[in-house]
Design a protein around this ligand. Structure first.
Ligand SMILES: Nc1nc2c(c(=O)[nH]1)N[C@H]1C(S)=C(S)[C@@H](COP(=O)(O)O)O[C@H]1N2
Ligand SMILES: [Mo]
Length: 406
């Protein structure tokens, strides 16, 4: 005969409660995981992120100016965007080893017990999850974009996503710094006693393993090395030592790299041939000018960089007709913005709006020559835009029309 077990409320065995109270998680005593290491590396990482965020905002505003700001963007210094975008990509690249070091420093927190102590503690950990994911996302997509490796394909809107995730990440960073302010202050403060103790502990650690000093030095050297190895794409004198630059700016016809070739843009010799005319429309006297007509007008020279949003930049010597002169000739009002259209049919850069302050800058050119020679087809022959302090994407090549916007 079968006997049914009687349900009795068994007490939880003593060893289970103690297991739950204090599970056998690893303990970390190394100074590489303490407050001071986390604060020092975190401060450097925070500075890199702040730089990348602010310069990223500059880039976004210059590329997609909100209407209230569009007419107040300065055309000087002419190398302004070259500097801010160079900083943007350099600080992003330097942040990669700093982030790895920071993650190493704080990963023991994953073994904290209990994992969630209160609602506030849960929120704080959630903000760190957002911060971590956002930071990794920004650095990975930014690096891939600067290498022009569009693994995400044409469907993924890089610019918009990179921009909005930056805001979310910085929001989480502000929360994190606020919550950790006391710990950061403790970590950064180092009274003499702490220094002596730290020195002794470092000596001791050296005998046993990696000292904090060695860890921080290694991190700093790694951040410096990746910066020097890549920054030559915007600091031309360093081009030869920057062996890991996404862009080698020492190669390229007419001593200037080509971001998108004529073939990639679907522009051929046929459409840029003898029939080509520049049309300037919307003014009191619409113009239609051949290349010879343009060459017969007063020619102006300007030394201006191409500064690509992807981080590379190079200075070059340009020659051509002042955009302001063409607009005067076409009877355009002085305060008019213009819309520039390329021969390129469907590209993202086929149409570009230029606010009046750029159009009327004395070194804003419809360029015909680059570094002493007529433009090659890949650099925008027969005529291209070159304007101070604007992102490369707005320096339209293969110009066909300039229309005065009412
Ligand atoms: N019509 C057109 N103009 C364009 C582009 C393009 O793809 N199509 N690329 C832009 C970008 S992204 C940059 S950085 C500069 C590069 O100019 P370069 O190829 O002469 O160096 O051209 C800009 N002008
Ligand atoms: Mo570009």
């Amino acid at each position: 005969m079968r006997r049914f077990p009687v349900r009795v409320r068994k007490p939880i065995p003593e060893n289970l409660t103690s297991f739950l109270r204090q599970p056998p998680l690893p303990r970390f005593r190394s100074r590489l995981h303490d407050e001071r290491t986390a604060s020092l590396i975190g401060t450097a990482l925070g500075a890199a992120f702040a730089t990348a965020f602010l310069t990223g905002l500059v880039s976004h505003v210059l590329q997609h100016p909100p209407s209230w700001l569009a007419h107040h963007l300065p055309t000087r210094p002419s190398w302004g965007y070259r500097l801010t975008q160079g900083l943007h990509v350099a600080s992003g690249i330097a942040a990669i080893p700093l982030l790895l070091a920071k993650l190493w420093t704080v990963y023991p927190k994953l073994f904290e017990w209990p994992p969630l102590k209160s609602v506030l503690h849960a929120l704080e950990r959630l903000s760190i999850l957002v911060l971590f994911s956002g930071a990794v996302f920004e650095l990975v997509t930014g690096l891939l974009n600067s290498a022009q490796w569009y693994v995400w394909g044409a469907q993924f809107p890089f610019v918009q996503t990179h921009y909005w995730v930056a805001w979310i990440t910085v929001g989480a960073l502000v929360v994190h710094v606020g919550v950790k302010a006391p710990a950061i202050a403790r970590g950064l403060r180092s009274p003499k006693k702490e220094l002596v103790e730290a020195y002794r502990a470092d000596l001791e650690a050296q005998r046993r393993g990696v000292s904090r000093r060695a860890f921080i030095t290694t991190t700093a050297v790694a951040a410096g090395a990746v910066t020097v190895a890549t920054v030559g794409e915007s600091v031309t004198p360093l081009a030869t030592v920057s062996v890991l630059s996404p862009r080698d700016v020492t190669v390229g016809e007419q001593r200037l790299p080509v971001n998108r070739t004529a073939a990639q843009a679907g522009v051929t010799r046929a459409v840029t041939g003898a029939d080509w005319r520049l049309r300037v429309t919307g003014g009191a006297r619409p113009l239609s000018l051949s290349l010879d007509d343009l060459a017969a007008l007063a020619q102006t020279s300007a030394a201006l960089p191409i500064a690509c949003v992807e981080g590379w930049s190079v200075g070059a010597h340009w020659q051509g007709v002042r955009i302001g002169d063409l607009l005067d000739l076409a009877g355009a009002p002085h305060d008019a913005d213009i819309r520039v259209t390329s021969l390129e049919k469907n590209g993202a850069y086929a149409v570009m709006v230029m606010e009046r302050q750029y159009a009327r800058d004395p070194s804003a050119l419809l360029a015909l020559r680059l570094n002493g020679q007529p433009l090659t087809l890949d650099h925008g022959y027969p005529a291209r835009i070159i304007v101070p302090n604007r992102p490369g994407v707005l320096q339209t090549k293969w110009v066909q029309q300039m229309a005065v916007i009412a």
